[in-house]
Design a protein around this ligand. Structure first.
Ligand SMILES: Cc1cc2nc3c(=O)[nH]c(=O)nc-3n(C[C@H](O)[C@H](O)[C@H](O)COP(=O)(O)O)c2cc1C
Length: 375
C-alpha cells in the first residue's frame, strides 16, 4: 500500500492517498466563499491531491470562529460554493467540505487583527457551548446550551450537509476536533453538564453520535463521510486515546468511512510535543484497535515520510490509510521543494513554515484554527 494507490471511501474513488487538510482562510464574505477560496482550493486540486477539503465551514452563523469564516447555513452560500466544488472535480480531485461549529471558540477577530474576543459593536455575537466556561481569558464566555439549542445545532449540521451535497461536495467531514463545539461536548474538561449530554462517556458522546446520524441521513448513500477528532487533549483528566478508540468503535457501523486524526485544541494551557509526524501514532493506534481507516496529519512534510505513514512495511499496514498536509502544501504554492519530481510530491516536500498572504510568520503564529495555535 503506497501514497499513490487509489482508495475508495463510501462511493467515492480517490486517485491517491493525499488529502489537502482543511485550512481556515478567513476570507469569506458573510459566510460566502470568494475567489480567494476558488484559487486556494482550486490550485491544490490542480496540484494533484486526491481530496481537497474546504476549511471549517460553519453550519450556523454563531458557529463561526471569526466574521470572515466560510459558512453553509444559507442557500446563497451553497450557490457560491458550487463553482468551487465543480472546479475541484474537473481537476480529477474529490471536493470535500468540513462542517463545523466553533462553540465557545467563536466570535473572535481574524488572526491578523489579534484573534481576541470580538465585542458586539465590532461584529461579535453570543456564543454557545456545553457549559458556560470560557476557553481562555481572551475568549467570550459562552452560554450553556439548552436541549433546544442542541436540537437546533443537530438540524443545522444536517441542513449544512444537504446544502454542501447540492453544491457538489461528495466528501463531508464533521469537525469534532480542536476544541470546537463537538469536541467541547466530548471532553470532561469542557463539558460540565449534568443532563443526558454530560457526565458519563456515553452522555458526552451523545451529540457527536446525533450529528453523525443526522448528516448521514441528510445525504445520498455513497457520500463519503469523515470524522475529524482530536485524539487527545494532552491534559490529564481530559479526552484521550482510549476514549477516542471507544468513540470510533461506537461509530464503526454508523456510516463513518474514515477518521481524520488530529490532536489538542481544547485546553488553552496544554502543550503538544511538536515535531515531525507527532500525531501519526494516534492514527495508527485507532486504526489498529478499531479496524476503521484513519487519516494522519501533522508535520508530514516529505514524500518518503508520507509514504511510510501509509505503507505496509512493518506488518502493521502503516499508520494510516491516508495522510493530509496543510502548511507544507500551502508553502509549496510559493514554489519550494523542487527536489521532488511529481507535482504533488513537490507540494508535500515543501517548507514547514508557510508564507501566508499576511506575512511570513508560521501559521501557528497567525491562526487559532490549527490545534497547537488554539492552545
Ligand atoms: C492556518 C491554518 C488553518 C487551519 N484550519 C483548519 C480548519 O479549518 N479545520 C481543521 O480541522 N484544521 C485546521 N487546521 C489544522 C490543519 O488542518 C492541520 O491539521 C494542521 O495544520 C497540521 O498539519 P500540518 O503540520 O501539515 O500543517 C488549520 C491549520 C492552519 C495552520
Amino acid at each position: 500500500m503506497h501514497l499513490f494507490d487509489p482508495l475508495v471511501l463510501g462511493g467515492i474513488r480517490l486517485k491517491n492517498r493525499i488529502f489537502v487538510s482543511p485550512v481556515c482562510q478567513y476570507s469569506a464574505n458573510e459566510g460566502h466563499p470568494t475567489t480567494w477560496h476558488l484559487v486556494h482550493l482550486g490550485s491544490r486540486a490542480v496540484g494533484g491531491a486526491a481530496l481537497v477539503l474546504a476549511e471549517a465551514t460553519a453550519v450556523e452563523a454563531r458557529g463561526r470562529i471569526s466574521p470572515a469564516d466560510s459558512g453553509i447555513w444559507l442557500d446563497s452560500q451553497a450557490d457560491a460554493w458550487a463553482p468551487i466544488a465543480r472546479f475541484i472535480a474537473e481537476q480529477g480531485a474529490a471536493a470535500g467540505m468540513q462542517l463545523a461549529h466553533a462553540g465557545r471558540k467563536g466570535s473572535t477577530a481574524v488572526p491578523w487583527r489579534g484573534g481576541k474576543e470580538l465585542s458586539a459593536e465590532h461584529g461579535g455575537w453570543p456564543t454557545v457551548a456545553p457549559s458556560a466556561v470560557a476557553f481562555a481569558s481572551e475568549y467570550p464566555t459562552p452560554a450553556a446550551m439548552t436541549a433546544a439549542d442542541i436540537d437546533t445545532v443537530v438540524t443545522a449540521f444536517a441542513d449544512g450537509a444537504r446544502r454542501a451535497y447540492a453544491a457538489g461536495f461528495r466528501v463531508l467531514e464533521i469537525h469534532a476536533a480542536h476544541g470546537y463545539l463537538i469536541h467541547e461536548f466530548l471532553s470532561a474538561l469542557s463539558n460540565r453538564r449534568q443532563d443526558e449530554y454530560g457526565g458519563s462517556f456515553e452522555n458526552r458522546m451523545r451529540l457527536v453520535r446525533r450529528v453523525v446520524a443526522a448528516v448521514r441521513d441528510a445525504v445520498p448513500e455513497g457520500t463519503a463521510l469523515l470524522l475529524r477528532i482530536s485524539a487527545t487533549d494532552w491534559t490529564d483528566g481530559g479526552w484521550d486515546l482510549d476514549q477516542s478508540c471507544a468513540l470510533v468503535e461506537s461509530l464503526k457501523n454508523e456510516g463513518i468511512h474514515l477518521v481524520d486524526v488530529s490532536s489538542g485544541g481544547n485546553v488553552a494551557t496544554a502543550t503538544n510535543p511538536f515535531g515531525p509526524g507527532y500525531q501519526t501514532s494516534f492514527a495508527a493506534a485507532i486504526r489498529l484497535r478499531t479496524g476503521v481507516p484513519t487519516g494522519a496529519v501533522g508535520m508530514i512534510v516529505a514524500p518518503a515520510q508520507a509514504d511510510h505513514v501509509v505503507a505496509d512495511r512493518t506488518g502493521r499496514r502503516g499508520a494510516a490509510r491516508t495522510r493530509a498536509a496543510a502548511r507544507s502544501v500551502l508553502a509549496a504554492a510559493g514554489g519550494a521543494g523542487a527536489r521532488c519530481q511529481s507535482r504533488v510530491a513537490r507540494a508535500v516536500c515543501a517548507r514547514m513554515v508557510a508564507r501566508s498572504r499576511h506575512g511570513s510568520r508560521s501559521h501557528h503564529a497567525t491562526t487559532r484554527c490549527g490545534p497547537r495555535a488554539s492552545a
